[in-house]
Design a protein. Structure first.
Length: 171
């Protein structure tokens, strides 16, 4: 299923994104990460636009595995305005992003998130690919992957661009 309201973000969306993130994550400060991702040229950044308001956002950042050059993506962050949560909009954004990445030939997607939520899209615990920084033991099952083709994603450590190479983002 594609989401007809989903579109790639553009620079004029920044004020809407800056309003969305504190509403969606009142206990976390993800504004700096979101702003950095918005200026990364290869990031797939999708928004949900409802009556000229940004109600949802997801980013997929290109990355690779240690010595493997197959294209992968890191999913995150995913934000939905509280008034629009629990209505399927986050899922619609994720599915739209996965469909676009498949068309681009991306081999797989990794995410650090709730296994119950991301499992519905086919994500499974990832024991063979390690994140760029150590995770707390209690988050081990939250590190997940989804192959977008028939190939196994392999083994090694995920190599991420500088915006994600911050240990504080992984604890």
């Amino acid at each position: 299923m594609t989401c007809p309201m989903a579109r790639e973000s553009k620079p004029t969306d920044l004020p809407g994104l800056e309003a969305l993130y504190p509403a969606a994550f009142p206990d976390e400060d993800l504004l700096a990460l979101m702003r950095s991702l918005e200026v990364e040229p290869d990031v797939l950044s999708l928004v949900l636009d409802q009556s000229d308001a940004i109600i949802g956002h997801v980013a997929f950042t290109p990355c690779t595995i240690s010595d493997d050059r197959r294209p992968l993506a890191l999913l995150g962050p995913l934000a939905i305005h509280p008034k629009w949560q629990k209505q399927g909009w986050g899922g619609a954004l994720v599915r739209e992003g996965l469909a676009r990445l498949r068309k681009q030939g991306v081999a797989g997607v990794l995410v650090l998130g709730d296994p119950a939520y991301y499992g519905r899209f086919g994500f499974v615990a990832e024991p063979n690919l390690s994140p760029p920084h150590p995770l707390p033991d209690e988050w081990a099952g939250a590190w997940q992957s989804l192959a977008l083709g028939d190939e196994n994603l392999g083994e090694g450590q995920l190599k991420v661009p500088p915006v994600w190479d911050n240990p504080k983002l992984w604890v």
